[in-house]
Ligand binder design. Sequence first.
Ligand SMILES: Nc1ncnc2c1ncn2[C@@H]1O[C@H](COP(=O)(O)OP(=O)(O)OP(=O)(O)O)[C@@H](O)[C@H]1O
Length: 313
Amino acid sequence: MESAPGASKIEFDGVTTVLGDEPVLHRLRLSVPDGQVTVILGQSGCGKTTLLRHLVGLLPPTGGSVRLDGRDVWSLTSAELVSARGGIAAVLGGSHPFDSWLFSSMNVYENVACVLRRAGATDDEVHATTAPLMQEFGLAAFAGSFPEEIPAHARRRVLLAQALVSGMPLIVLDDVDTAFDSRYTGAIVRAIKSVNEKARATVLITTHDLDFAREVAHEVAVLWNGKIVSHGPPDVLLRGVRTGEEFGRRFFRSDLAGPLCRDVVEGGLRGGEPARRFFAIDPDLPVWCVVALLLLVIVFVFWSSAGTVFGGS
Ligand SMILES: Nc1ncnc2c1ncn2[C@@H]1O[C@H](COP(=O)(O)OP(=O)(O)OP(=O)(O)O)[C@@H](O)[C@H]1O
């Protein structure tokens, strides 16, 4: 796919994060191509939301840089950050400003339409863009209701609809499967593909839903143990992976690094001796070594006794 003129390019470069006592990300590198749909997959709590918060300017990383169109998000002035955020439509998990983007004083229709109105769209333009998507997302019946009057999962779809009609060059959708009632999965996939193809937006998504990732993504990145451990097209990366167990088996033991340790991560940030200690032996490795050794001994014993038997005959 060609690079999109209005789309945003994102680079996470050596991003390290310690939250409280907990190391979350460690020297993470990821290049998100502009004009494409990239999905980040990973276990619950591995740091997907944290990574997105670094990107949209809500949470500074402890180390490393996050570049949006070549500019480090965390070196921008406040005014520049506000301007950069003006090009991002984000739906994030947790209680953050981007989540509370629904205005309690506006009905659902106006909430979906407000970004378009702010950009100067006429009533007809707003209706032409907003109404079909609301229909597809099962929101038409709620158009005149206020956010607190509708169920939480429908509110989540309102946020999703708002982001997808916004026309922003960068759309960030965190934990997108929480918006799913399976009735709307197809509509959500179609809407994301359409905004990517027609508006050439860069779309960065986190989810736990492998089928959804397979359907919507140009690129999939797997986050584990603080780093991106695999990155590529879904038909290659997820071939033969159907269940969460299969996903775990394929990706979560893909290097010998043990779990992140806070002192090691912080040592790395201070320029200390991180590399040797970070690559700690996986706790399971000695077990596999013993198993392998036992197998070798069995093979050797069998081989030597077979040699004796055959040699003696
Ligand atoms: N403000 C915070 N202070 C301390 N720890 C935090 C904070 N926010 C998140 N964490 C911890 O950081 C880790 C990463 O959390 P994060 O929400 O980024 O994971 P996630 O991959 O998005 O999880 P999920 O898939 O369940 O949404 C978790 O262990 C979480 O408990």
